[in-house]
Design a protein around this ligand. Structure first.
Ligand code: NAD
Length: 268
């Protein structure tokens, strides 16, 4: 064996997601984008789900391919069951199966509870809670046939922490907390583990309004014991571990990644 071949094999040995097929919802921006790029770097074949503009998703695919990875962009609204079914069957027909599903797509809308429109509540619950329900059911039906699979939900510290103005968001993430715990029991006999990742404040488009305002950004940083906002790549690296076989014994729980925010008194 040549030295180069040996080095490549050695490098591949550390690619903990080699040959796994990972589908990430809402993967054209923010945390989902970082997860797509990082999991591909770790050897996974990646499905980049997106809604709306295809350019950003295609750019993620190109970035992965330029780094010698395999990726495929599939459009689907995660809150629509027919589109979700179609997405999973497309992923299976192109890449053979889905080993890991990352329910990352999410929206955040602020309004005082007494004025919150029904349509806003429906939209947030539709994407943030019904979306993971539909995607998990469709993916788990395929995983159950092979008695192996992993579901990762990108939840939030707000699965536990109240956030005035964001009652629909908190209800959705709180619901995701119990969906994870319930499905851990229901899906365990099928060889499927499920875990929530609860980020605190991460520098992504969802926080644009706060992070582009210097005063609001400073106030936010003061709430975080580690004194800074997190990076999407930090969440992505945690997801890589949870998606790997090394983490197959973790199920029905939430891993928090928040710089200590949840422990701060008087926080958000
Ligand atoms: P983001 O706005 O960049 O990402 C959300 C993605 O979801 C976007 O790409 C969007 O197009 C996609 N999306 C929205 N509706 C969709 C639908 N119906 N179908 C498919 N995709 C859809 O923001 P982000 O911060 O990267 O958010 C990712 C996840 O992380 C969300 O679930 C969010 O609640 C969660 N989260 C973010 C933070 C943070 O501080 N950024 C903190 C805690 C949790």
């Amino acid at each position: 064996m040549s030295t180069i071949t040996a080095n490549v094999e050695q490098a591949n040995a550390y690619r903990s997601l080699k040959d796994k097929v990972i589908l990430i919802t809402g993967a054209s921006t923010g945390i989902g984008r970082a997860i797509a790029i990082e999991t591909a770097r770790q050897g996974a074949n990646v499905v980049v789900n997106y809604i709306g503009k295809a350019d950003a998703a295609q750019e993620v695919v190109r970035e992965i391919e330029n780094d010698h990875g395999t990726a495929l962009a599939i459009e689907a609204d995660v809150s629509k069951s027919d589109q979700v079914q179609h997405m999973i069957s497309q992923a299976v027909s192109h890449l053979g199966r889905v080993d890991v599903l990352v329910n990352n797509a999410g929206i955040e809308k602020e309004s005082p509870f007494l004025d919150k429109p029904e349509s806003e509540f429906d939209a947030v619950i539709g994407v943030n809670l019904k979306g993971p329900f539909l995607c998990t059911q469709a993916a788990a039906r395929d995983m159950a046939k092979r008695k192996k699979g992993t579901i990762i939900n990108i939840s939030s510290v707000h699965e536990d922490l109240p956030f005035p103005g964001y009652s629909a968001y908190c209800a959705a993430k709180g619901g995701l907390r119990m969906l994870c715990r319930d499905l851990a029991l229901e899906l365990a006999p099928h060889g499927i583990n499920i875990v929530n990742v609860a980020p605190g404040a991460i520098d992504t488009p969802i926080n644009k309004r706060t992070l582009s305002n210097p005063e609001k950004k400073l106030a936010l940083k003061r709430e975080i014991p580690l004194g800074r906002v997190g990076e999407p790549q930090e969440v992505a690296k945690l997801v890589c571990y949870l998606a790997s076989d090394d983490a197959a014994y973790i199920t029905g729980t939430t891993v928090v990644i928040d710089g200590g925010l949840m422990h701060q008194t008087g926080s958000l």
